[in-house]
Ligand binder design. Structure first.
Ligand code: ZN
Length: 470
């Protein structure tokens, strides 16, 4: 039996978003990546070592220990070191003793996390309850001063750490790995520069993508006897390496999606990558490249995962995990905290709505819809099926699409059809209910009815929203 101890930074997106500066977010991303090396240094002489079966997941330190008796001592040592590097982060600690990591994770660690029984390590609360709040993040009490933009400011421990970290270029953040893989440079200059790469130069989209049913997948695999996982020709795909394979599939899909963004001059990456961890991606792109990028990311991940499952050559049927994403379109100067919170809740809403199995995209356009809108959910397979029709609609003059949306809102599908006929543009017609069809079946799908196999039909209202940035 082996003992595993995972220490993970939780609510990562929110943690990254707490500083208003891109630099502060990038240094925090780097700190999440550095967690492994910080832990490795702290481990000397503790009888614990980095777990080679876990993938390189930003924000997670996975350790293996000599004995379960060492859990408390080792986690105290590691947490103390991590706390110095990420003062404002929230850490979660789980451990288990089992045959291998996949089994330990699926059978014990994940259930512990889901049931809220994991240990949590919170930032130290200031001893002076009336201390002024940090001038940068406004979240934690200011504990010291720092010179920022040539002015002396009161800041919290976390912001000081972010601002004082200078060796960013040495960190192997996901963004740096991606840049060096594609022979490009990270975006220099933040959201404004990023938005400037698109046709509509002030808009960006933030995409939060995440694997579906990863836990169930690991659990199913954990229940298969180890010898049945090893087809001789696929000896490299042992269960020990699955967590690594998952991270690799995400990275490869991300690289492929990045290459699919065309028409960006220069050597800059067409995105800012905030988080890359296991199957979790948080990334910003110019708004008019968002659909292309997100579709390529999801399709690339799905394809790699189903190839992986086929490669296992199992005698039992296991469905490969898929990826879904939430996209929030916004002005480049919109608060990142707001965007991230919206993307997070859109992703959670889609998953709650039972859209777990198939791959889908939930999108929310802050530039035209209110913050309290729910956003629209559309299955990936439908975007693929209707690709040509959507392209046709997106090519129609903007004024036509705007008037069509007005006609639809005012007089329903009949009015939209009448408008199309009057101006002689048919690009919207494929999204209107067919004559003589059952209106209930033709009605716009709801997330609850979403399933890879069920017939859904993209309605004109959603199609017009998609076409805006298609
Ligand atoms: Zn602060």
């Amino acid at each position: 039996m082996r003992t595993y101890l995972d220490i993970a930074a939780v609510r990562i997106q929110r943690y990254l978003a707490r500083t208003p500066t891109l630099r502060g977010r990038r240094t925090a991303s780097a700190a999440l990546v550095d967690m492994r090396s910080v832990a490795a240094e702290a481990l000397a002489g503790t009888g614990a070592w980095l777990n080679a079966e876990a993938g390189e997941i930003d924000g997670v330190v996975s350790l293996e220990l000599d004995s379960p008796d060492d859990v408390d001592r080792v986690s105290a040592v590691v947490l103390r070191a991590l706390r110095r590097r990420l003062p404002g982060a929230e850490f979660q600690v789980v451990w288990a003793t089992d045959l291998d990591y996949v089994t330990a994770y699926a059978e014990q660690m994940r259930p512990t996390i889901l049931s809220g029984r994991s240990r949590v390590d919170l930032p130290t609360v200031a001893e002076l309850p009336l201390a002024a709040l940090c001038r940068l993040c406004g979240i934690d009490p200011a504990v010291t001063t720092a010179t920022l933009d040539d002015a002396e400011r009161n800041v919290c421990a976390d912001c000081v750490e972010r601002e004082s970290w200078r060796s960013l270029s040495a960190s192997r953040t996901g963004e740096r790995r991606l840049a060096s893989r594609l022979n490009r440079e990270p975006v220099n200059g933040g959201f404004e520069a990023l938005a400037g790469m698109g046709r509509r130069e002030t808009r960006i989209a933030v995409i939060h993508a995440d694997g579906n049913r990863i836990g169930a997948f690991f659990r199913q695999l954990a229940n298969i006897p180890a010898e049945r996982l090893r087809a001789p020709e696929n000896a490299h795909l042992t269960r020990d390496k699955l967590a690594l394979e998952l991270s690799k599939a995400t990275f490869e899909a991300l690289a492929e999606a990045t290459m699919s963004v065309r028409g960006i001059p220069g050597r800059s990456l067409p995105l800012i990558l905030h988080v890359l961890g296991g199957d979790d991606v948080l990334v910003s792109v110019p708004a008019d490249h968002a659909w292309q990028f997100a579709r390529a990311l999801l399709a690339g991940f799905n394809e790699r995962m189903s190839r992986l499952v086929r490669g296992l050559d199992l005698e039992v049927e296991i469905s490969a995990p898929t990826m879904s994403a939430a996209m929030v379109f916004a002005r480049h100067d919109e608060s990142f905290t707001t965007i991230v919170a919206l993307a997070e809740s859109a992703l959670a809403r889609g998953k709650r709505a039972g859209a777990g199995r198939s791959s889908w995209l939930c999108f929310h356009d802050l530039t035209t819809e209110g913050r309290h809108d729910e956003g629209s959910v559309v299955p990936l397979h439908e975007l693929k099926q209707r690709q040509d029709e959507l392209t046709e609609l997106a090519r129609a003059p903007r004024s036509f699409r705007e008037n069509l949306a007005l006609a639809l809102a005012d007089g329903g599908p009949e009015a939209a059809l009448a408008h199309s006929r009057r101006v002689g543009v048919t690009a919207g017609t494929p999204f209107l209910p067919r004559r003589g069809s059952d209106p209930a079946r033709e009605a716009e799908h709801t997330p609850a009815g979403m399933d890879g196999d069920s017939p859904t039909r993209l309605g004109l209202d959603t199609a017009l929203r998609i076409a805006r940035w298609w």
